[in-house]
Write a protein that binds this ligand. Structure first.
Ligand code: B12
Ligand code: SF4
Ligand code: SF4
Length: 310
């Protein structure tokens, strides 16, 4: 493929990504990520993944996109801002992290990437690809960082200077030979340590690693059990996910969030009282969460989180 054609396809992808609604798009060369691979193994060996056994399986797959898509040449990473434009008051009520208030991002973002693939193939012909978002072993933050989309902050999340960190990451791994954006991203957390100091359960280490065993997000999303007593002491009514280490981050201040149908909180979140949540029936759970990622927790799992506080 000529350099001119590579440039044309790469430019087309970025233009269409913006039209489809992605907040940012960057490209990197598909290859084994050696340094992040070593860091992942260290994290796993220390047991910081708690019971998330899927992270132990085939760690090399997570770090080498050519295992996931044969002949892969490029990883196209996308960011999608997800903080709702309108926040609702949660004083004296149970708390659910922002990313879970709208429709399930796994479903919506995959559709959007498929839409983009259809546009690319219509103009340049078919190619081999797979779309991912949190769904398979892909080191999403590392790929986004390598595509020039941000740096990995001390809270371990990808921070983009203009978009902050309330962004989903998703990617297309494909055999198109594109122009990579690889560059050293200039941002960094500097001397700030606000997230480390604010994490109620001290789950973040100085080196910016999160120990899932101590993380409220892990105990409310990844398990269906009651929240353990030692976590409950600090979780203050949190029943699904945790936003604390992002709320305190200076890079999340002053960012504009446009109304976005699929991300805006469903009205029932504002209408439900604490008592309503405690008395939620399975039938109502199925109706309320029919399009939400929360349904994966199952009714029993969700109620276990609420009952932990009673
Ligand atoms: C497992 C997981 C969790 C676990 C463990 C969290 C963790 N920090 O690892 C739990 C359940 C706790 C969790 C919680 C949350 N998660 Co989560 N999670 C994941 C998942 C599936 C894998 C992450 C992973 O690989 N961890 C392993 C450890 C070792 O990775 P790590 O600490 O980041 O270290 C690597 C990098 O930092 C890298 N690295 C460090 N510096 C540099 C520099 C460069 C240049 C490079 C290349 C690499 C690099 O090297 C390390 C080894 O790979 C990803 C999706 C995916 N497939 O990637 C989503 C993901 C990270 N989660 C996400 C979100 C939104 C959350 C929550 C905010 C949800 C919530 N509100 O409750 C919280 C935040 C908690 C936190 N502070 O991390 C988003 C983050 C988006 C973003 N902008 O960063 C992701 C990417 C999902 C998505 N597709 O959008 N999560
Ligand atoms: S998500 Fe909550 S518990 Fe987990 S590291 Fe961040 S502040 Fe700590
Ligand atoms: S709160 Fe400070 S240290 Fe933590 S991620 Fe944000 S800038 Fe980095």
């Amino acid at each position: 493929m000529s350099e001119a054609l590579k440039k044309e396809i790469s430019g087309f992808i970025k233009e269409k990504a913006t039209e489809i609604g992605f907040s940012a798009c960057g490209i990197s060369r598909a290859r084994l990520l050696e340094e992040p691979f070593a860091k992942l193994l260290e994290w796993l060996q220390a047991g910081k993944h708690a019971t998330m056994a899927y992270l132990e399986r085939d760690p090399e797959k997570r770090m080498d996109p050519t295992i996931l898509v044969e002949g892969a040449k490029s990883v196209i990473s996308f960011l999608y801002k997800y903080k709702p434009s309108q926040e609702f008051v949660t004083v004296n009520n149970y708390k659910i992290a922002r990313f879970a208030l709208g429709a399930d991002y796994h479903v919506v973002l995959k559709q959007k990437m498929e839409e983009l693939v259809a546009e690319i193939s219509a103009k340049f012909g078919p190619f081999k690809y797979r779309v991912f978002t949190d769904s398979a072993p892909v080191a999403e933050k590392s790929w986004a960082a390598l595509s020039g989309l941000g740096w990995i902050g001390k809270n371990s999340l990808l921070i983009n200077r203009t978009l902050g960190s309330f962004t989903f990451i998703c990617e297309i791994i494909c055999d198109l030979d594109l122009i990579p954006d690889e560059e050293v991203y200039s941002g960094s957390c500097g001397n700030c340590t606000k997230c480390i100091e604010s994490c109620p359960t001290s789950a973040i280490s100085e080196g910016g690693k999160v120990d899932a065993r101590k993380c409220i997000s892990y105990h409310t999303i990844e398990t269906r059990d009651a929240i353990p007593a030692e976590i409950l002491l600090f979780a203050t009514d949190i029943i699904y996910g945790c936003d604390i280490c992002q709320d305190v981050c200076p890079f999340n201040k002053g960012i504009e969030y446009q109304p976005n149908n699929w991300l805006e909180p469903k009205t029932y979140f504002a209408e439900m009282s604490k008592e309503d949540w405690e008395q939620l029936s399975e039938e109502k759970f199925d109706i309320l969460f029919s399009t939400s990622g929360i349904k994966r927790l199952t009714y029993a799992g969700f109620m276990n989180k609420i009952r932990s506080y009673q």
